[in-house]
Design a protein around this ligand. Structure first.
Ligand code: HEM
Length: 403
């Protein structure tokens, strides 16, 4: 049916295949895709169907096979099942509930001054160097520093954590890791180092008075009927850093790229910064940072008339749902004033992104500061994307900035 292979990472190298997604949404919206050497999957492409799958976590579950398309070996699957993102109800809610108040909009809003300072420091550090590689020089350090602040990690450790988090998610990129181990083991090693660091930090915090931060909650609350061990806390730190790192970087870099390609809309934002929150939503719709997350059917069922068998893999394609013409007028147009904008880049339902308010706040502050500081922002070379069927990441965005 399709001339396109949605599994092949090369398919995404020049950007998501929006023309093919459009054709499939009309002709075959729950589309079967093979995977070489292992069972294929159903690609769910329409907005309403992605919402349906997300909102039925007992039928479309996470723990059976994890949230990525590849079959995992038993050890990795078991580790994945202990991540919030991959838990099923009722266990999922008993882990999410104690954390949720700390990520509420009102609480996160209290970080505005700190995030603005972190952003300003990063911008100051580029000094007069107005030709930058935007992804690594300007956006990369921000999300890890913000998580560091949230967890109360000592500031002197932020740079090291950032480096580990880069290794964790992009360690196979020789540009980022010129001397290091480029293998999967190398990236597992950086996760392990980060988890060990988190363990040691948790231990050190047990012997001091409460500091009034997220760490107090993590140390003092029961999760699923028991207190977390230092090892659990190390793993939670890795999860937070991993969940909030590449996605946030993509929002900023993809967003700037889109604005450079739409100069009139960049000018509208400069003229009226109150448009920034709406622009962030449109950036997330237009440049969906994650292409998909996976579920596994726990029973025979159907999605919009397509029969799904128990055990089948089902992938919710946010990138396609976000351009669904039955939901978004002129869906292929980038429009920072779009309203309403029910984009699905943070998912929906049970697993709706826990860091949503943090991501939106980081995005707003970052673009407000960027546009205020730099009167001219233009491409200064060819942007490159990350080769991945999951992360819609920007690998390089060379830009020229002037005040
Ligand atoms: C633009 C940035 C971000 C995007 C696009 C994004 C996207 C997502 C998506 C698609 C999900 C899964 C939704 C589902 O399965 O239905 C998710 C879950 C999650 N995100 Fe984010 N995220 C972002 C930023 C962050 C940040 C900054 C943090 C934390 C500091 C974070 C923490 C989490 C966590 C802990 C979960 C799991 C929630 C659960 O399973 O209950 N995310 N995110």
């Amino acid at each position: 049916m399709a001339a396109i292979d949605l599994y092949d990472p090369d398919t995404y190298l020049d950007g998501a295949p929006h023309e093919e997604f459009t054709r499939l949404r009309q002709a075959d919206p729950v589309h079967w895709q093979d995977i070489p050497g292992q069972p294929g999957y159903w690609a769910v492409l329409k907005h309403a169907d992605v919402v349906h799958v997300s909102r039925n976590p007992n039928v479309f579950c996470c723990e059976a096979g994890g949230v990525v398309l590849e079959d995992l070996d038993p050890e990795r699957l078991s580790r994945m099942r202990d991540m919030l993102l991959s838990m099923d109800p009722p266990r999922h809610i008993s882990y999410r509930k104690p954390l949720a108040p700390e990520f509420a909009q009102r609480v996160i809003a209290g970080m505005e001054t700190q995030i603005r300072e972190i952003t300003a420091d990063i911008f100051d550090a580029i000094g007069d160097n107005t030709d930058v590689e935007f992804v690594h020089d300007m956006v990369g350090p921000l999300p890890t520093q913000v998580i560091g602040q949230l967890f109360g990690l000592p500031e002197k450790d932020w740079e090291w954590i950032h480096r580990l988090s880069q290794m964790n998610t992009s360690g196979q990129d020789p540009d980022l890791n010129p001397d290091g181990d480029l293998s999967e083991a190398g990236s597992a090693d950086s996760s392990m180092q980060m988890a060990m660091y988190g363990m040691a930090f948790a231990e050190s915090r047990r012997s001091v008075a409460p500091q009034g931060d997220l760490m107090d909650v993590i140390l003092g609350q029961e999760f699923n009927g028991r207190l977390l061990t230092d090892g659990d806390i190390g793993s939670l730190l890795v999860q937070m850093i991993t969940a909030g790192n590449d996605t946030t970087v993509t929002m900023m870099a993809g967003g700037l790229w889109a604005l450079i390609e739409h100069p009139l809309q960049m000018q509208m934002l400069r003229d009226d910064p109150s448009l920034v929150p709406g622009a962030i939503e449109e950036i997330l719709r237009w440049f969906s940072p994650l292409h998909y997350f996976r579920r596994t059917a726990s029973e025979d069922t159907e999605i919009s008339g397509t029969k799904i068998s128990k055990g089948d893999k089902v992938a919710m394609y946010y990138t396609s749902a976000n351009r669904d013409e039955t939901v978004f007028a002129d869906s292929q147009a980038f429009d920072i004033t779009r309203s309403p904008n029910p984009q699905l880049s943070f998912g929906i339902g049970e697993h709706f992104c826990l860091g949503v308010h943090l991501a939106r706040l980081e995005g707003r502050i970052f673009f407000e500061e960027l546009l205020r500081r730099f009167g001219t922002i233009e491409l200064n070379g060819l942007p490159e994307r990350v080769r991945s069927n999951l992360n819609n990441g920007v690998r390089r965005l060379p830009v020229h900035l002037s005040h």
